[in-house]
Design a protein. Sequence first.
Length: 94
Amino acid sequence: MRMKLQRCFCVLAIATGMGVSGVTVVQAVAAPFFQDHDQDYSNNKRYQQGMREGKDDSAHNRDHSKKRHFKKDEDQKAYEAGYQKGHGNDSERR
């Protein structure tokens, strides 16, 4: 009887540990996808540049004709947000 009780506790401890670590992994993986939604880049010059180029590409039926890469990650995010909005793909950001 004692052996069955120890085995039960062992299985319960493993299941609890897997459940807790699974929740942590999901939160860590999902965090980058949700952190940009509340950013207001409207006054950022890279956002405005992306908006202009997105509108221009949309008007000429092009798909991201200029691939810009910025040294600062924040500038890259602002540019991409502006481009997507200017190109008419802002439904992904909401």
